[in-house]
Design a protein around this ligand. Structure first.
Ligand SMILES: CC(C)(COP(=O)(O)OP(=O)(O)OC[C@H]1O[C@@H](n2cnc3c(N)ncnc32)[C@H](O)[C@@H]1OP(=O)(O)O)[C@@H](O)C(=O)NCCC(=O)NCCS
Length: 181
């Protein structure tokens, strides 16, 4: 894509990933619960995510102009029988959000999923009060397929999640198939 590329994580990323893992404001938007992460467990986490896995991958989102690492994107629960996987994404700093970088990174992940890995369906969950994320996913072809009611705890309150997905043969994935749109 025009402004961003994806690459594997490395141990040299640990300062940034540690900061993001300890940012409660970022976790207000993420479905994963916030918990404090020590430097030691950050490095353990990174080593685990860098190791080869058949069921998940964690990638860095970087800016083409200066190679800055601005966020992470993952696939997990890769199902090689039904050819689907869950994705998740964040852009670490507010200053980098709302510039289309999230859309570009997700498009790169969808291309990798559909064209390199042979997956046919990518799904995610998002809080229903996160319009920027929902809009960013819709721009890539995701549609809302359902609601998980009172599913995830944030600040002591169980919140609703939207379940969104894109299938390779959806109209919204015409761009993946090279059919324009
Ligand atoms: C979600 C996230 C990855 C999206 O990436 P991004 O680069 O910020 O998003 P994009 O620029 O691709 O798209 C955002 C869209 O939402 C729109 N938007 C922003 N705020 C909005 C609002 N309050 N209501 C409606 N639309 C809104 C923008 O206008 C843009 O749409 P447009 O291109 O049609 O104008 C990024 O914002 C992020 O990391 N946020 C914090 C963590 C997070 O929410 N992660 C997702 C958890 S499921």
């Amino acid at each position: 894509m025009k402004n961003v590329y994806l690459r594997p994580l490395s141990l040299a990323d640990s300062d940034r990933t540690w900061k993001w893992h300890n940012d409660p404001a970022l976790y207000d938007r993420l479905v994963t619960p916030f918990r404090f992460v020590s430097r030691l467990s950050e490095e353990e986490w990174l080593r685990k995510k860098m190791a080869y896995s058949q069921s998940e991958m964690q990638l860095a989102i970087c800016l083409r102009e200066n190679d800055a690492h601005i966020g992470n994107i993952h696939l997990r629960h890769i199902d090689w029988v039904s050819h689907n996987a869950e994705t998740g994404i964040f852009i670490g700093e507010e200053a980098h959000r709302g510039r289309g970088y999230g859309e570009q990174a997700m498009r790169l992940m969808l291309l990798h999923s559909f064209k390199d890995l042979g997956l046919q369906r990518i799904w995610l969950t998002v809080f229903d009060d996160n319009p920027a994320a929902i809009r960013s996913y819709e721009k890539c072809g995701f549609t809302v397929e359902g609601k998980l009611r009172k599913h995830a705890l944030k600040h002591g309150r169980l919140k609703d999640l939207l379940y969104m997905a894109v299938n390779i043969d959806d109209p919204g994935a015409a761009w993946v198939r090279g059919e324009g749109a």
